[in-house]
Design a protein around this ligand. Structure first.
Ligand SMILES: Nc1ncnc2c1ncn2[C@@H]1O[C@H](COP(=O)(O)OP(=O)(O)OP(=O)(O)O)[C@@H](O)[C@H]1O
Ligand SMILES: [Mg+2]
Length: 335
């Protein structure tokens, strides 16, 4: 068995220079373009970026649940110091059953319509391998406790229900309860509050945050909303067209975002030129069939320079812990 012990400063996940493409009927789309990302134990990070930029692809790669059409063209994904791209079937099974849990965007699709909530939760507990996992009494106790902790009313009755008998908000909270019913090193939540109304959204995020903190696990939250990212995450990654273009502590990013794309995303006025993006970012994501060879944001960037067309800028550390992939910040040390 290959072991690559590379657990730096408590990193639960460490993604290094990850390239992923998808096979389509027209050829390969080069989606992930050298993604770097890490999350430490007890840390909550968020990935923000517009639709299609590769957020789900990144976390599916981490959880090892990519679609069959996906091809890893390069890079490494360390999970607790071990390269998960080199794991054997047994290790991968363990990773999915007890290492990482994923809360999917669509709670209807992630619950099985023909089994009760109690049966589905028992199944998750059974496969987790925790002590007593096969004992129906343990499964029941854990299920009731998880439902209760997620502020769901009357857990005993809820267990007898089928998914269709519950509201969208309840189903989403059940998915969270399910993902937190057994200890995990990493929880991935992919847009967990889409389609929920604002009150329930707040409640769901609060539960998620608290539960991850209590269990000392780590969280990767995907969201379209910078407000949500700021509320939940310690650190934020801004993603654009298959690259992480900026990362910083949540407060730092809101105090001063640097990448022209992040600035557009925040609809803040760029300080470099004094003019620029008032709201939104004109243009579209580039085609993944033939992406620009340099910075993928260059065609839309108000500050583009000739060199941006030639090569992808590396990550520069503009301030401690604040990294940005843009030549405008070349003065900093390369991160
Ligand atoms: N199974 C697949 N087969 C082919 N292309 C795919 C597949 N999954 C994702 N892609 C493509 O990869 C790109 C990134 O998709 P991804 O779902 O990772 O984006 P996202 O940032 O999660 O978007 P959203 O915010 O809409 O969820 C898109 O162009 C998408 O069409
Ligand atoms: Mg997605």
């Amino acid at each position: 068995m290959e072991t690559h012990i590379k657990e730096q400063d408590n990193r639960v996940v460490d993604v290094k220079n990850l390239f992923i493409s998808f096979r389509t009927f027209k050829g390969y789309t080069k989606v992930l373009n050298g993604v770097n990302l890490h999350v430490r134990r007890k840390e909550k990070i968020a990935i923000v970026g517009e639709t299609g930029c590769g957020k789900t692809t990144t976390v599916y790669a981490i959880a090892q649940i990519l679609a069959k059409q996906a091809r890893v063209d390069g890079g490494e994904i360390f999970f607790k110091g071990r390269d998960s791209l080199r794991m054997n079937e047994k290790e991968l099974k363990q990773l999915r059953a007890s290492g990482i849990s994923v809360i999917f965007q669509d709670p209807i699709a992630s619950l099985n319509p023909v089994f009760t909530i109690g049966d589905q939760m028992a199944e998750v507990i059974r496969y987790s391998g925790i002590e007593g996992a096969r004992d129906p009494r343990v499964q029941r106790e854990r299920t009731v406790a998880a439902l209760r902790e997620t502020s769901l009313p009357d857990p005993e009755r809820l267990m007898e229900n089928y998914p269709f008998q519950l509201s969208g908000g309840m189903r989403q909270r059940i998915c969270i309860a399910m993902s937190l019913a057994t200890p995990r090193d990493l929880v991935i939540a992919d847009e967990p509050t889409t389609n929920l109304d604002v009150t329930i959204q707040d409640q769901v995020l609060k539960i998620l945050r608290q539960r991850v903190e209590e269990k000392q696990s780590a969280l990767i939250l995907i969201t379209h909303s910078l407000g949500v990212a700021r509320e939940v995450a310690d650190r934020i990654y801004v993603m654009y067209a298959g690259n992480m273009v900026e990362t910083a502590g949540a407060e730092e990013l809101f105090r001063e975002c640097l990448h022209p794309y992040s600035r557009g995303l925040m609809s803040c006025i760029p300080k470099l030129s004094g003019g620029g993006i008032a709201s939104g970012i004109p243009g579209h994501l580039p085609s993944y069939y033939a992406p620009p060879p340099g910075c993928r944001f260059e065609p839309r960037c108000p500050h583009a320079m000739p060199r941006c067309k030639q090569a992808m800028p590396p990550m520069y550390e503009a301030a401690p812990g604040h990294c940005v992939a843009c030549y405008l910040y070349e003065r900093g040390t390369s991160a």
